[in-house]
Design a binder for this molecule. Sequence first.
Ligand code: NAG
Ligand code: NAG
Length: 424
Amino acid sequence: MASVVSSFFLPMITILCALPAPWHAQSDASHLPAHSFHGSLRKELGYSFGAHPYYSSHPFFREEGGGVVPIKAAIFPRASDESASMTTSSLLYSSARVVSVDSFGAKADGKQDNTLAFQKAWTEACSTSKDAVLLVPNKNYFIGPITFSGPCQSNIFLQMKGSIKASDDQSKYKNDGRHWILFKNVANLVVDGGGSGKVDGNGKFWWQNSCKVDESLPCKDAPTAMTFYGCNNLRVQNLKIQNAQQMHMSFEKCSNVNVSGIQVTAPADSPNTDGIHVTGTQNIHISSCVIGTGDDCISIVAGSQKVYATNITCGPGHGISIGSLGSDNSAAYVSGVYLDGAKLIGTTNGVRIKTWQGGLGSASQISFKNIEMQSVSNPIIIDQNYCDQAQPCKNQKSAVQVKDVVYENIRGTSARGGPLHLQQ
Ligand SMILES: *[C@@H]1O[C@H](CO)[C@@H](O)[C@H](O)[C@H]1NC(C)=O
Ligand SMILES: CC(=O)N[C@H]1CO[C@H](CO)[C@@H](O)[C@@H]1O
C-alpha cells in the first residue's frame, strides 16, 4: 500500500490555553473544594502546584527557583571516571563492601533460578553500614520475580556486568503479576550496566497471551521488567533492556532520577511494551537513550513533574507520549515536560498528548523542541478523545485541561499527510 510521504518544518507553535474543549471549565480543579480527593492525590504522588517555575527559553539541565534537592554528588561517578567502571566503583567505594551474587550461590548455568541468591546478596549489601557494590559478574543469570527493598543502611552501586533473564515460568508470578524486578523505597542507588549489562524479560510467552494479540483471551496484566518505586536519588545507566513482558522500565513515585545510556529493544508488534514509563515522579532526566518497542517510547503519566529528556532516539513504536491521562474519570496532573533533542524513525506517533474524556486535572508547561522525524504517521498529536478499550468510549462532559504547550523546530517527513492533528 502506497503511503503519502510529505516533508514538514514547524519553526514554532505555541498552544497557550487549554485546547478549547467546550467542557474546559469543568476540568479546572480549582472549582473543587479543597478537601476533595485531588489534594490527597497530589500529596500522595509528591506533586506540588507552584513548585515548578515557568520554563525559560532553554531549560535543560538547569535548576531554577530552588526547592529541588540536588542529586547527591558523592555516589555519582564523574563523566571522566566512567570509562572504567570497575575503577569507578573502587575509586568511589575505596571503603565499599563488594558483594557478588556468586558468593551467595548464584550460578550462570542456564538452568538454575537465582532469585534466592540475588535476594540474599541484596540483603547483605543493603544492610552493611559501608557503601556497597552489588556485583553481577559478566555471565548470564536466570531469575524469577524479585523485590530489592529499602531503605538501606548505605548507598548501593549495583554493577550489572552480566545479563539477567526472566524465568518464563508464569506460575512464579502468581503473587504479583505486575512486577519482575522491583526496586522499592531505595535511596541513593546507582544501577550501572557498564555497557555490557543486559536485562531480558523473555516476554514472548506473555505477548502470545495478551488480549491485544489474541482477542479471544481475557485482558490480564503482565509484569513490568524493571520498576523503581519510591526511589530518591537514583541513577540508572548504560544498560540494555529487551523483550519485557510488558513495560520495560517504570519510574513510580520517585524523585531526582537520572536515566542515561539505556537501549531498549523489543519487536514492533509486542503489546504494551513501553520503553520508559514515568508516573508520579518528580525531577527526572532521561538522556541518550535508544528505544525501539511495540508501544510508547517514553510515556509520562499522572503526578509527574519536571521531566527532562534529551538525545532520545525512538522507533519502532508509538512515539513519545504524555498520557494517557484521565481514564475512568480520574484526576491527572502533569507539568513541566521538556523534550529537547529527539529523533523518531517510523513511529506511529511523534509527540503526543492523549487524554480520555471524563477525566479531570491538567497537562501543562510542556515543550517539545529540536525534533527530527522520519516517516512518522502523526508527527504532532493532541488527542482529547483517547479511547483504548474494547467498548467505544461515550461522550462525557469533563476533560483533562491541556495548556501551555510549545512545539519548536520540529522537522521531518510524515507518513500520512500533514504534521498536526488536534482532536477533541
Ligand atoms: C546520544 O545518545 C547516543 C546513544 O546513546 C550516544 O551514542 C551519543 O553519544 C549521545 N550524544 C550525546 C551528545 O550525548
Ligand atoms: C542531569 C544530569 O545529571 N545528567 C547526567 C546524567 O548522567 C549522564 C551520564 O552519566 C551525564 O552525562 C549527565 O550529565
